[in-house]
Structure formats: structure tokens, C-alpha cells
Write a protein that binds this ligand. Structure first.
Ligand code: ZN
Ligand code: ZN
Length: 312
């Protein structure tokens, strides 16, 4: 039994250790916080590698190990349906991911472009950080160190900004990745629950199925929330940055007894048009497209203006 003196020493030692660990954690946090932009810039390729690696690992595991198991247990037409569906999903995931990374999010116009155009008479804003012309809805990204048109957020998973020109690819990437993750989770769940797919039960294929199940279920849940959030933003024509700005404006308006209206919300049809370009039927938005947007991302139709977004 430790005596009183030993207990006091033990308590002092524990308190000192806790203080020491707290100091170290605080220093690490302060270091990360003060270097977050630089850290994100440097670690961008790592995020892309992890995202691509996980996608390829699931695709390879599915085609190399689970498809042969399906071939033994399911009818040929059903296997053809599975292969077609999985290839379609994989193609759309990769297409939108690559396009999202390769499409510049949108650079503001230069002084030369402005001269002699319809913007010449407008009151122009300039960025205090990079000095460029800052059209409405443009924001400065401290990671990319430049202004981005209709900036939504800086995304480490694509190692760049999501903005005016690549937001549609980002949305479709989330959408198809969600569908792919749900499809994979449902398929492997069925294979794991129904007896006879994996013999013995702890075969290599069964372990791979468990890996796909755990990974895809986690991704499905996360993407359900993220996709839902972005669909809400699209519906109300807000960017992530504008959502946080509007929260403040809403609070101020409510305090003054006014109703806040987001000025760029021009109805779902036109809101979608500003992101995807002109369309006739909503299903067309889901098709892969590399057609550039026919707008400049500098002038925006507002709820109280009659300007049609298709002519700017
Ligand atoms: Zn800037
Ligand atoms: Zn950025």
C-alpha cells in the first residue's frame, strides 16, 4: 500500500505529465493552425493519391475477386447487368473526378479584358490580397493564393478550389461516388448474408468483401450528408462561403424585423443553369460533358433584376 507521501508524489507526476502533454498538443495545434494553408498546399497530392488509391482498390477488388464469385453463383444476364452498372458508375466517378481537377475553377478577368467591355462602366472591386479585379461572388483562396470566381471552397481531395467552372464536376463526382458506394455496399452485403457465395466463410474473397463493405458503408454515410448539403446549396443558389455570410445577414435582418432573401437565388431551374449551363431536361445534367459554360462567371442575375443568365 503506498503511503501518503508516495500518493502525493504520484499525483504530482500525473499532473506534470498531463501539463506537459497539453503543452505539446497546444504547440502542435498552433503550428498546424499557423501553417494550415502551406500544409494543405503541400499535402494536396497526398489527398489525391489516397482518394484515387481507395477508389481503385475497391474497383480492382470488385472486378478481380468478387466478379468471379458472382459468375459461379448468379445467372449470366444478371452478371452482365452488374458488370454494366459497375462500369458505368466507375466511368462517371473517374470522369467527373478528373474533370474537376483539370478544369480551372475560374479566374477573374484581367484589366486588359475589362477595357472596352460591358464591365468598363461598372464599379469594380479589387482583391486586397492579390490585387486582381474581384467580380461579385468571387473570393480569395489563401491556399491557392488567388481569387476564384463563385468560389465554393478549397478541396484538398482535388488539390484545388471548387468554383464557377468545376462545381458541376464536383457535384456529379459526389453523386456518382455516392451511388457507387451504395451499390457496392448493397452487393457485398447480399453476398455476405446469403450462404453459398464464399466457401469457406473466411476465404480470401470473403475478407475482401468485408473490406469493401466497411469502406463503402462509411463513404456512403459521409457522402449522404455531404451530397445532401450541396444539393441544399444548389437549390438555394448559395456557395458554402455565402451560406456562412448569409447566416449573419439573416440574423441581422431578423433583428430588424425584415425577411432575408439571398439575392442570387433565381429559382431552381435557373440556379441549375448557372452551374451546369443551358439544359432542356433535368436528366441531361447527369451525362458526362466537357462543354465549357457559356457564361463568364462575373455578372450574375439577381432576384430583383430581369437579366437572363443565358445572355451573359
Ligand atoms: Zn485575390
Ligand atoms: Zn484554393
Amino acid at each position: 500500500m503506498p503511503n501518503g507521501r508516495q500518493l502525493v508524489c504520484g499525483m504530482r507526476f500525473l499532473r506534470w505529465t498531463a501539463q506537459y502533454v497539453k503543452e505539446i498538443l497546444l504547440q502542435v495545434f498552433l503550428f498546424v493552425d499557423s501553417n494550415v494553408d502551406r500544409t494543405l498546399r503541400k499535402s494536396g497530392p497526398l489527398y489525391v493519391f489516397v482518394c484515387s488509391g481507395l477508389t481503385f482498390s475497391v474497383a480492382a477488388a470488385y472486378f478481380l475477386f468478387l466478379l468471379p464469385v458472382m459468375l459461379n453463383k448468379l445467372s449470366r444476364p444478371l452478371v452482365v447487368v452488374h458488370v454494366t452498372l459497375s462500369l458505368l458508375l466507375l466511368f462517371n466517378i473517374l470522369f467527373n473526378y478528373i474533370m474537376c481537377m483539370l478544369t480551372p475553377p475560374g479566374d477573374p478577368p484581367t484589366h486588359k479584358l475589362i477595357a472596352g467591355t460591358e464591365y468598363a462602366g461598372l464599379h469594380l472591386r479589387f482583391c486586397r490580397k492579390c490585387g486582381c479585379i474581384k467580380p461579385p461572388r468571387a473570393h480569395h483562396c489563401s491556399v491557392c493564393q488567388k481569387c476564384v470566381l463563385r468560389m465554393d471552397h478549397h478541396c484538398p481531395w482535388i488539390n484545388g478550389c471548387v468554383g464557377f467552372r468545376n462545381y458541376r464536376y464536383f457535384l456529379l463526382f459526389l453523386f456518382y461516388l455516392f451511388l457507387g458506394a451504395v451499390y457496392a455496399t448493397a452487393t457485398v452485403s447480399y453476398m455476405l448474408v446469403v450462404p453459398g457465395f464464399f466457401i469457406p466463410s473466411f476465404s480470401r474473397e470473403a475478407k475482401i468483401a468485408v473490406y469493401i463493405f466497411v469502406l463503402c458503408l462509411s463513404v456512403s454515410i459521409s457522402l449522404f450528408l455531404l451530397l445532401g448539403w450541396h444539393l441544399y446549396l444548389v437549390w438555394t443558389s448559395q456557395t458554402t462561403i455565402e451560406f456562412y455570410e448569409n447566416r449573419e445577414k439573416k440574423r441581422t435582418a431578423a433583428m430588424n424585423g425584415r425577411k432575408f432573401i439571398h439575392e442570387y437565388d433565381v429559382g431552381v431551374y435557373k440556379n441549375l443553369k448557372t452551374i451546369f449551363g443551358p439544359y432542356q431536361h433535368i436528366w441531361q445534367l447527369l451525362l458526362p460533358s466537357w462543354r465549357p459554360l457559356p457564361f463568364d462567371g462575373c455578372m450574375w442575375q439577381t432576384a430583383d433584376s430581369h437579366m437572363d443568365v443565358s445572355i451573359v
